[in-house]
Design a protein around this ligand. Structure first.
Ligand SMILES: C[S@@+](CC[C@H](N)C(=O)[O-])C[C@H]1O[C@@H](n2cnc3c(N)ncnc32)[C@H](O)[C@@H]1O
Length: 295
């Protein structure tokens, strides 16, 4: 999940840690975030938030009928979105590398009586972890791609796991959102937003060392370091095309599922947008691609 970059965010130093070490730091960081997230009002797992709350209406229009389909949710975290697929009659499988998150997702599935399966695996090991299983729909996003150092290998994984004719759907925070930051606080309620961070990839991993996460709750108990990689929309689309998928559509929208900046205002669906005084800019984007039925 992209957090607002703070004083503690800086460029990863040259040399060690290597990519594998950064990914393992992320795994420990997500394990540490998990108990905070489970108890948070943000995720509302006590029933105050419903799985559908995490989806914009356009997502259901793009995804279409899911009943009876095999749906794989990559980087599923606590399975909050995975649950919405199960509620629509899909055979839903969530995959995540955080053992803590997968354990909580399984517990929540059992407690809510939903039939869902959760697999613990790194995305890059997903083909081995899932064996010969293939899926009609693969969904991912809302704070997922920023943790992936290699989009080519990721897209090839997606293409392998899709059945011919299957759909891949990505809904992700727009790189423009990630590039925006408030100027040093003058009025914290209405921070002017400026381009303060990279939009495109190119300068390597961004290191963050902070005990806070994006939800409410207490500080993390250790494992406070995480790494993110910036990916422009073109880089994401190129990776999917390179893996042989066929692009069906791209949406750029000005809404977010939660208020990233204090000045944001809710719309009728409970999603959030910048106030009228700000330019209309893309904050979230969606990519829909299919695996050709005939290679
Ligand atoms: C912000 S969540 C995205 C899920 C959902 N949108 C949400 O907000 O709950 C990011 C998830 O990506 C997972 N993750 C990060 N890197 C991963 C990797 N290489 N393989 C598998 N899961 C990974 C983390 O464990 C975390 O659960």
């Amino acid at each position: 999940m992209t957090t607002e970059q703070s004083e503690s965010t800086d460029r990863a130093p040259l040399g060690p840690p290597g990519v594998e070490e950064m990914v393992r730091a992320n795994e420990a960081n997500w394990d540490a975030r998990t108990p905070v997230h489970v108890a948070s009002a943000f995720y509302g797992l006590d029933g105050t938030r419903r799985p559908d709350d995490w989806f914009a209406p356009f997502e259901w229009a793009d995804l279409g009928e899911l009943a009876g389909l095999d749906v794989l949710h990559l980087q599923c975290h606590l399975g909050t979105e995975t649950a919405a697929f199960a509620d629509r009659g899909a055979r839903a499988v969530g995959l995540d590398f955080s053992a803590e998150a997968v354990a909580q997702a399984r517990r929540l599935a059992a407690e809510t009586g939903r039939e869902m399966e959760f697999v613990r695996s790194d995305v890059y090991q997903a083909v081995a972890a899932l064996g010969d299983r293939r899926f009609d729909v693969i969904y991912t996003g809302k704070g997922a791609v920023c943790y992936l150092p290699d989009l080519t290998a990721w897209a090839e994984t997606v293409a392998t796991l899709l059945r011919p004719g299957g759909t891949f759907y990505l809904v992700e925070f727009h790189p423009l959102l990630n590039a925006l930051g408030p100027t040093p606080p003058t009025d914290p309620d209405t921070p002017p937003l400026l381009l303060r961070h990279d939009y495109l990839a190119g300068r390597g991993a961004l290191r963050s060392d902070t005990p806070t996460t994006y939800t409410d709750g207490p500080p993390l108990q250790g494992a406070t370091t995480s790494y993110e990689w910036r990916h422009g929309v073109g880089e994401v689309v190129d990776a999917l095309l390179g893996a042989g998928l066929s692009l069906q559509g791209i949406r750029e929208t000005e809404v977010l599922p939660w208020p990233r900046f204090p000045s944001m205002v809710p719309d009728a669906d409970g999603w959030w947008r910048l106030p009228d005084s700000e330019p209309i800019i893309p904050l979230l984007y969606a990519v829909r691609a299919v695996k050709p039925a005939q290679p």
